[in-house]
Design a protein around this ligand. Structure first.
Ligand SMILES: Cc1cc2nc3c(=O)[nH]c(=O)nc-3n(C[C@H](O)[C@H](O)[C@H](O)COP(=O)(O)OP(=O)(O)OC[C@H]3O[C@@H](n4cnc5c(N)ncnc54)[C@H](O)[C@@H]3O)c2cc1C
Ligand code: FES
Length: 507
């Protein structure tokens, strides 16, 4: 499944985003691992300060979360403020809003300077059921208390029933690949390099830090892990983050005389179940016909019974409310939730002050990636933003500890379930050949195996995640093997796609 953004770049005349050659043994000031939004903004900030920068990307620019997001650049983020408040305290809510405001403003200024199209839109958090009305009210009050100019409305221009909403005017939306392409160009123009197809497999916190990759070793005075979840186990952050996957699809919708009403123009997110996110994308040249994006149906990675059913459900819901809607692309992606719902940004324990990371944006990375990059840059240049100081010194409250314990208990249960199911299941030799698009778990002695058939090719690989031994589950929508413990994902042939591990599956 490919996102609208990634597909339209490869299908259009827009220039591809170039990659630089890998130079074994090269020495840089800042090595940045991962070319998503966090990595490229961090790289640009350091490159502007005259640092020699290398961005190493295991796949391609934007291939993972950023190129698959719905790219709303908003300070009203569903019911995020009350989730943060429930796990922290008011000063943290305020610092979070201030951090995101700085991230949003940086991005708006950057896009305007670089001519990246941004559509200004109202952000809307709506109640899709009567049960969501109180959540809307709480978000309104918290947003107001943090200085956001929100208002409450009773009705919306949506073609389905809603029960009131909180609205923040004049937020933004864009094509995330446009932003990444501009950032990569600017990093290069300042002497930096952005190198794709280079997986970092380990970092030694020596002076300079040694960065081992699939193509050789380079070194850097500092290393920044902007890889979604950190790829090093120091600090056990993989266990503190919850990997959550969700779905999106784009649609051509008939509007005007022969079709229905014009598409709703806000950026909408339900505060209750079923989760639904909506926005539009302008047609070529910024005009009609617009494309509708609908997202939702999230779940912890590797733990959904049938991922394809979740995509089908999005299509059915959209067809019901936007008659004649024709899907053009559907895709999914994952992001990471922290126990207190505030991103982790800073130095990695036992990294001797040479290894830094940023993660845990809870699906609000368009503003949070930028605030994280501003934090990493400010901390190292001796100019930490005031909101970052508050976020750094946050005290962990019992609610956040409880949330972490609950998440780890669930992980333990999935570890047991995976192994017990695999060992009680059929031997690999006794399995039928998987049908096209299907994957089956078997066992070869005490070793779980994963067999799948995709595009006519049958592959058999180990079903044991090389990170910490979780037994993988089949993701029918993405035709991938996904780890229910900490969210690593693999292609049918065992190639690593994303997650905390740095290794492929054994064949
Ligand atoms: C379905 C969905 C919709 C979303 N919609 C929105 C939205 O509307 N608004 C919003 O604000 N946020 C949204 N988000 C969140 C947002 O997309 C993410 O928070 C953000 O893109 C994360 O950026 P990143 O740079 O940290 O990670 P990524 O974009 O995932 O970049 C990390 C990069 O690191 C690379 N990498 C990983 N391991 C290695 C390694 N070992 N060596 C080298 N490279 C490596 C990966 O290949 C990847 O390219 C959404 C998220 C999801 C899942
Ligand atoms: S991602 Fe940790 S065990 Fe699989």
């Amino acid at each position: 499944m490919t996102s609208l953004w990634l597909a339209s770049r490869s299908e259009s005349d827009a220039p591809g985003i170039a990659t630089d050659p890998f130079e074994p043994g090269a020495r840089y000031d800042e090595v940045i691992v991962g070319a998503g939004l966090t990595g490229l903004v961090t790289a640009l900030l350091f490159a502007r300060a005259g640092r020699r920068v290398a961005v190493l990307e295991s796949r391609s620019i934007g291939a993972v979360a950023t190129g698959r997001s719905t790219a709303k650049l908003s300070l009203l983020q569903g019911s995020q403020l009350q989730k943060i408040k429930a796990h922290t305290y008011q000063a943290i809510v305020q610092a979070y809003v201030d951090a995101n405001t700085a991230g949003q403003q940086w991005m708006l200024d950057y896009a305007s300077t670089r001519g990246v199209p941004v559509q200004r839109r109202d952000a809307v958090s709506y109640a899709g059921t009567p049960g969501g009305v109180e959540t809307v009210g709480r978000e309104f009050r918290l947003a107001r208390s943090a200085g956001l100019d929100v208002r409450l409305v009773d009705t919306l221009d949506l073609p389905f029933e809603t029960y009131g909403a909180v609205v923040l005017p004049d937020q933004g939306q864009f094509d995330p690949l446009d932003v990444l392409a501009a950032l990569a160009d600017d990093v290069r123009a300042l002497g930096g390099v952005v190198i794709e197809n280079t997986r970092v497999t380990g970092v030694r916190a020596s002076d300079p830090a040694e960065v081992r990759t699939s193509r050789g070793v380079v070194s850097g005075a500092r290393v920044h892990l902007t890889t979604g979840v950190p790829i090093l186990d120091r600090g056990l952050y993989f266990a503190k983050l919850k990997a959550l996957r969700s779905y999106a699809a784009s649609y051509e919708v008939p509007v005007g005389k022969a079709g229905g009403a014009a598409l709703p123009q806000g950026m909408y997110l339900s505060v209750d179940a079923p989760s639904r996110s909506l926005r539009t994308v302008p047609g070529a040249g910024g005009g009609a016909p617009e494309t509708l994006i609908v997202g939702g149906n999230g779940h912890p990675v590797g733990r959904a019974a049938d991922t394809q059913a979740l995509v089908d459900d999005l299509h059915e819901w959209t067809a019901l409310h936007f008659p004649g809607a024709m899907p053009t692309h559907s895709w999914s992606a994952q992001d990471y939730e922290t126990p207190h719902r505030v991103p982790f940004v800073g130095y990695l324990p036992r990294g001797r002050g040479r290894i830094y990371f940023a993660s845990g944006y809870d699906k609000w990375g368009m503003t949070n990636a930028v605030q994280a990059a501003l934090t990493l840059f400010g901390d190292l240049m001796g100019d930490t933003p005031s909101w970052a100081k508050v976020l750094h010194h946050r005290v962990t409250l019992p609610a956040a500890i409880g949330s972490g314990i609950g998440a780890n208990a669930a992980t333990g249960w999935w570890a047991l379930k995976g192994w017990a199911g695999a060992l009680a299941g059929p031997a690999t030799d006794a399995l039928p050949m998987p049908a096209e698009g299907e994957g089956l778990i078997g066992r070869s002695g005490f070793r779980p195996t994963a067999t799948s058939t995709v595009a006519g090719r049958t592959c058999q690989v180990s079903a044991v995640c090389p990170h910490l031994g979780g037994v993988l589950t089949w993701n029918r929508a993405e035709t991938s093997w996904d780890c229910p413990l900490h969210g690593s994902r693999f292609a049918p042939d065992g190639t690593l796609l994303e997650g905390p591990t740095t290794r492929d599956l054994r064949v």
